[in-house]
Design a binder for this molecule. Structure first.
Ligand SMILES: [Zn+2]
Length: 485
């Protein structure tokens, strides 16, 4: 029995979050807009026009590289990648080839078992997107194709990893970590449904322990993280079967079909020289000015991994809670705003409410956290009311539900609904006495040392107090009453 492993490298294209295109002033909000409503002579390749580089796109690209620990090249150049396709009116794409702006980075990815996988980044380069071909209008299939240039010229970065991943779960973890970093920094919105993040996967198979890499296939058309995982699993099985039966893997480009859950051969893999790359004579070399790079670095926000560590050290969160709460930047910002200045205990209460009640409501109703009817200040106030004993955790949950419905503060709700927890010992003692009288059997069991019998009596007190008696006091007073202390 031979064991095989998959060797995976990913190429991820991300749309930079600029207002305008890479070499012209057309808006980048063309997704869903009328076809060809975001075009001009530059991005439709008319004669007599020249490209002008978008400074903001370069800033975002540089910040992505800095956040991924890449080296920035002092000088990089734009190159023309020549090929004909109807969505590419110039018949070349402006990209970077021999001298990309950035190389040699890395990204640490959290795996499910709690360990971390470091994936090296080979290079990041800047390029423009192509337009889009349409083969149908609504439900109507066409026997011809239409072209929409709204997307043509949109700034992209292509992030090329080293072949460091050894399984589909690692590839999934890498994509998750990459998306998180790019969103934190504000480089890209990474909305895959809008095509703002796209992925091609290179996968080869070799016997476990072998040093030499196998022949790889490149899989295209992966438009979700799940699609990447499924396609890699399929391709691993396909390649392993070919090798096992004595066949040879062909280097080729394959397409993932998510409906059939299979990859299909698209074309034999093209070589770089097929594209006749050469430096674009219309664009000057791009210099990374030191002072400017310094400013961009200083402007980077706290990155997800650092924030996760801080949540663990500053608020004493479990690593699971910290992972969830740093899942995206808006969530992490919300928690920071709610927990700032709270005691460690109250911060933990706030974290629990966020991870269960708040995220539950947001997910169930499809509400983004920015539009949560419970703002961070109200969550903070609720955590304080529970920590100082005004509310039991049970009542806290009820109050939270009301906060979600009414968007009001917990303090207002507590006084209006008369919900605060009862801490008055004389009142609780009265409830305890009547609960003991009404549950003679349980009281007797408890007296005999059967600790579990206390549950029935606590329950009776909670019923009498409508859930408002402080549980710690109830427990203590029951024990005192039974033992006669
Ligand atoms: Zn344009």
């Amino acid at each position: 029995m031979k064991f095989y492993e998959m060797v995976i490298g990913l190429e991820v294209h991300c749309q930079l979050a600029t207002k305008t295109k890479l070499f012209c002033g057309c808006a980048t909000d063309g997704f869903g807009a009328p076809a060809n409503s975001r075009v001009c002579p530059v991005c439709t390749g008319q004669p007599g026009v020249l490209p002008v580089l978008n400074r903001r796109a370069v800033e975002l690209a540089f910040q992505a590289a800095l956040a991924l620990d890449c080296e920035l090249a002092k000088t990089s150049i734009f190159a023309r990648k020549n090929y004909f396709y109807p969505d590419l009116p110039k018949a070349y794409q402006i990209s970077q080839y021999e001298e990309p702006f950035s190389v040699n980075g890395m990204l640490d990815c959290s795996l499910k078992d709690g360990s971390t996988k470091r994936v090296r980044i080979h290079r990041i380069h800047l390029e423009e997107d192509a337009g889009k071909l349409l083969h149908s209008i609504g439900a109507e299939e066409l026997d011809y194709s239409l072209v929409d240039f709204n997307r043509g010229g949109t700034p992209l970065i292509e992030i090329v990893s080293e072949p460091d991943m050894r399984g589909s779960e690692q590839a999934y973890a890498y994509l998750t970590a990459l998306k998180k970093v790019l969103q934190y920094v504000g480089v890209s919105r990474c909305d895959m449904e809008k095509g703002e993040m796209r992925c091609d996967a290179n996968i080869s198979v070799r016997q476990a322990g072998a040093e030499k890499l196998g022949t790889r296939a490149e899989i295209k058309n992966l438009n979700s993280f799940k699609g990447v995982r499924d396609a890699l699993e399929y391709e691993f099985r396909r390649q392993t079967e070919i090798i096992e039966s004595g066949g040879r893997i062909i280097q080729e480009t394959r397409l993932w079909d998510s409906a059939k859950m299979a990859t299909f051969s698209m074309r034999s893999k093209e070589e770089a020289h097929d594209y006749r790359y050469f430096p674009d004579p219309d664009l000057v070399p791009m210099d990374a000015d030191c002072a400017w790079v310094g400013q961009l670095k200083a402007a980077l926000p706290e990155l997800p991994a650092a924030r996760r560590s801080r949540f663990i050290s500053e608020y004493r969160l479990s690593s699971y809670d910290a992972e969830v709460l740093t899942g995206d930047r808006a969530l992490a910002d919300f928690f920071d705003a709610a927990a700032k200045g709270l005691s460690v205990e109250a911060a933990k209460i706030a974290a629990n409410f966020m991870n269960t009640d708040l995220l539950g409501k947001l997910n169930a109703t499809g509400t983004p956290i920015a539009r949560s009817p419970v703002p961070p200040g109200n969550l903070k106030a609720l955590a304080i009311l529970i920590e100082n004993g005004t509310l039991s955790s049970k009542l806290g949950k009820d109050v939270f539900a009301k906060m979600w419905e009414t968007a009001r503060s917990p303090d207002a709700l507590v006084s209006e609904l008369g919900l605060s927890q009862v801490l008055d010992e004389a009142q609780i003692k009265a409830w305890v006495d009547s609960a003991l009288a009404g549950n003679a059997r349980a009281a007797e069991d408890l007296k005999q040392g059967k600790e579990r019998a206390i549950g029935a009596i606590v329950g009776a007190v909670m019923k009498l107090s409508k859930g408002k008696a402080n549980p710690a006091l109830v427990n203590r007073l029951i024990k005192e009453a039974v033992t006669g202390l």
